[in-house]
Design a protein around this ligand. Structure first.
Ligand SMILES: [Zn+2]
Length: 402
């Protein structure tokens, strides 16, 4: 049997024993009758049968204002262990008692909604949470954050935006960070709100509705002016709308917002400058960025540009000089590629073999990592699959793992 469960149930058993003892001292409980279930529960527990123990404890402890916390703690414990059905039964059992004060009914409601979320019964959770938003000022924000999670997982971005907007004003009235309230997650409302607008904008962009997409991205930037994703997407929308200069303006904003993402803006930026016939300006911009914020992905983009404009030999010399300062596997791969170019196939199979090896080494390494939970992968996720934070996955800039 799980040690953690035994420990936890023993704790609950002690709590129940304490309640029973206290109540019998006050004469409100028949001390000879009630502990029967309690000892039965303890026996189940000692026999290694936690299922029977849980039921016996529930029966032993009358539901009232004093014991509610214990019931809720037991329910939450079971939910955390993945025994959601039992947690639901405990919390539903609480709601079947009409004598409980409204505040405690709301607390049980919220826990039941959390059980439903854990069980994947999102429709039921949503209904409960909407009731709580309407009826319980104390549980309103906690319920709204859960609703936000639900809409997020169902990709219902407009509904997520509506909830997030509702969470905003009180936030600014409080004037504090979200970390002050233990029920609130760590990310700020404007940060997540900006990403919801980006998600909607992506849908509109795919549907070819460029003006709608543009407006949504401007809204994202109005909510969070540091939203690098909105700038990168706005660049792509502006370019599709035939406004290359506007696109460049949006994309160059990335450097001020978060230099780690400059390399992500380069492909669209290259298309923009090419359309304007001003590749020279791109080269100048890339070299400038490389000087101020050196990173392997940015180096590769710059070298690629030099290769296209000045040829492989110049690119190779530039890359060798840079690799001495900032060694990286991808840089090495590019160098081998350039050498194959320069030797025009004279280098034979050996170079091909080394190229293959380096490629395989690179394939085993992630290109992006979440600064919050450490999740890493080959692709840029704006929504971290590991910790469910927005905008925390960044290109890896370290040299050894790059
Ligand atoms: Zn993460």
């Amino acid at each position: 049997m799980n040690d953690y469960l035994v420990f936890s149930l023993l704790f609950v058993a002690i709590a129940i024993g304490w309640f029973l003892g206290r109540r019998s001292q006050r004469g409100s409980v028949n001390a000879r009758d009630l502990p029967g279930q309690y000892y039965k529960g303890l026996n189940y527990l000692l026999d290694g049968r936690p299922d029977g123990a849980v039921d016996a404890f529930i029966n032993a402890l009358e539901v009232n204002s004093e014991t509610l916390e214990t019931h809720i703690a037991l329910g939450n414990l079971l939910r955390k262990r993945g025994e959601v059905d039992r947690a639901i039964r405990i919390h539903q059992n609480l709601l079947a008692r009409p004598s409980l004060p409204r505040v405690q009914v709301h607390q049980a409601h919220l826990e039941l909604a959390r059980d439903y979320i854990s069980a994947g019964l999102l429709d039921r959770a949503e209904r409960l949470l909407m009731d709580l938003v309407a009826e319980s000022p104390a549980k309103r924000r906690a319920s709204q954050w859960h609703l936000l999670d639900i809409y997020q997982s169902e990709r219902e971005w407009q509904r997520a935006i509506d909830i997030a907007l509702d969470l905003l004003p009180r936030k600014s009235l409080l004037g504090g960070s979200s970390a002050e309230d233990p029920e609130e997650p760590g990310q700020s409302v404007p940060t997540v709100l900006a990403h919801f607008y980006c998600e909607l904008a992506e849908e509109r962009h795919r549907a070819g509705e460029l003006t709608a997409a543009q407006n949504l991205l401007l809204e994202a930037l109005a909510r969070d002016k540091q939203c690098v994703r909105a700038s990168i997407m706005l660049g792509a929308v502006e370019l599709d709308a035939g406004r290359a200069k506007q696109a460049i303006k949006a994309l160059r904003r990335v450097r001020q917002q978060d230099p780690l993402y400059i390399s992500e803006s380069v492909p669209t930026l290259r298309d923009c400058y090419r359309q304007l016939g001003d590749e020279k300006a791109l080269r100048a911009y890339l070299k400038e960025c490389l000087d101020s914020h050196p990173s392997p992905p940015l180096l590769l983009a710059t070298v690629e540009d030099i290769r296209a404009s000045e040829g492989s030999e110049v690119a190779e010399a530039f890359l060798v000089a840079q690799l001495e300062k900032m060694p990286s596997l991808r840089g090495l791969e590019q160098l081998l590629d350039l050498q194959a170019d320069v030797s025009e196939g004279q280098s034979g199979d050996k170079l091909g073999l080394v190229q293959n090896l380096v490629q395989r080494l690179i394939e085993e390494r992630p290109s992006y990592r979440c600064s919050h939970c450490g999740f890493s992968g080959r692709h840029l996720h704006w929504f971290c699959p590991g910790c469910k934070y927005w905008g925390t996955v960044t290109p890896i800039r370290g040299t050894s793992l790059e």
